[in-house]
Design a binder for this molecule. Structure first.
Ligand SMILES: NC(=O)c1ccc[n+]([C@@H]2O[C@H](COP(=O)([O-])OP(=O)(O)OC[C@H]3O[C@@H](n4cnc5c(N)ncnc54)[C@H](OP(=O)(O)O)[C@@H]3O)[C@@H](O)[C@H]2O)c1
Length: 302
């Protein structure tokens, strides 16, 4: 997300190189990254850095899978979230053209609808995606920050017209649970946080679930960052105590246990580290095997 804005190009390349060296496969970006941190007020810097990295590293495009997102680019600087590109077929096609150009690639392995656009019937959005998946420019489609019912409606329409259904959800998810009625800092999407219903929907229908901001931007382990106030309730003390105890057992960072816990529940965390040491620590967490007792301790702390 931050490549080319708060993370400079040299560091971005080093992180990408290490990720691939260590067997990393999926790279997640968006056409709008990171408009809020850019001088222009527009996104595109992250995709451009990736494009230059693909050009500089022979064979890299074939080694990885690439996901990007459409729909959240501001129409003009400062216009997000009220005025954004949205999910009309025309907006989707224009956005994909821009992403392919910045990335310097011919195909996108997974295209995410970045956030809901209730001004456009979801059936029209599905029809906009259909021509991209049937031509092979887009290999898979997923939905970020959408409620389960809209995703199901989109999948039903895809079945009716014989196009590829949305098969993945990308939502905010971590170990701590929010106070009801709140949203994490920076999240404006009313259905952006993985709910029990979305999880059940994904499991029952075989959709992948990807988790964004799993490390609370570093707040589990960085003493300079605090756990956001929206997690302030009695269950959080119990969850943090369980996390500390399991982390001590494994001589691991708390964030590593959060990632291992998500993986144990079949949820794919998306990493956003700014330093090699953070990336290494996150990748190491994939090897942490939580015992049944540890999982029960973590799950039951509510
Ligand atoms: N679909 C959506 O709407 C949406 C929204 C947000 C994000 N995303 C996706 O999810 C990705 C990850 O999101 P995120 O950056 O919010 O995730 P995150 O993992 O919660 O935060 C990443 C930040 O955590 C800190 N960190 C990482 N490892 C650490 C460690 N071992 N110790 C201490 N601090 C550590 C770093 O902060 P410092 O750099 O300050 O050290 C890093 O930049 C993004 O790149 C993007 O692809 C999607």
């Amino acid at each position: 997300m931050s490549f080319g804005t708060s993370i400079d190009e040299e560091t971005s390349f080093a992180l990408l190189d290490r990720f691939v060296e260590r067997g990393g496969v999926w790279i997640d970006t968006a056409d709008c990254y990171s408009f809020w941190a850019s001088d222009t007020g527009h996104g595109g810097a992250s995709e451009e850095v990736l494009g230059r990295w693909f050009a500089a590293r022979r064979g890299a495009r074939e080694r990885v899978r690439l996901s990007t997102k459409v729909g959240a680019e501001p129409l003009w600087p400062g216009s997000w979230p009220e005025h954004r590109a949205g999910l009309s077929p025309r907006a989707i096609h224009e956005a994909v053209e821009g992403s392919l150009r910045r990335l310097g690639v011919d195909t996108i392995d997974l295209l995410w609808l970045h956030q809901e656009d209730r001004a456009v019937p979801i059936e029209e959005t599905v029809e906009g995606l259909a021509s991209l998946t049937s031509s092979g420019v887009v290999r898979r489609v997923g939905a970020s920050n959408h409620p389960a019912w809209r995703v199901e409606r989109a999948r039903a329409h895809a079945a009716t017209i014989g196009s590829m259904p949305l098969d993945a959800l990308q939502l905010n998810s971590t170990y701590l649970r929010l106070r009801p009625g709140t949203l994490p800092p920076g999240v404006v999407h009313p259905f952006g946080v993985l709910s029990d219903e979305q999880r059940d929907f994904a499991e029952a229908n075989g959709l992948e679930t990807w988790a964004y901001t799993p490390l609370l931007s570093g707040a589990y382990d960085n003493p300079g960052k605090s756990i956001p106030e929206v997690y302030d309730h009695p269950g959080t003390s119990r969850r943090l105590a369980a996390l500390a105890s399991v982390a001590a057992e494994h001589d691991a960072q708390q964030g590593q246990i959060v990632l291992a816990w998500l993986l144990a529940h079949g949820i794919r965390p998306i990493l956003g580290g700014s330093k090699l040491v953070q990336l290494d620590s996150a990748l190491d967490s994939a090897a942490i095997e939580l015992t049944a007792d540890e999982l029960a301790l973590l799950d039951d702390a509510v």
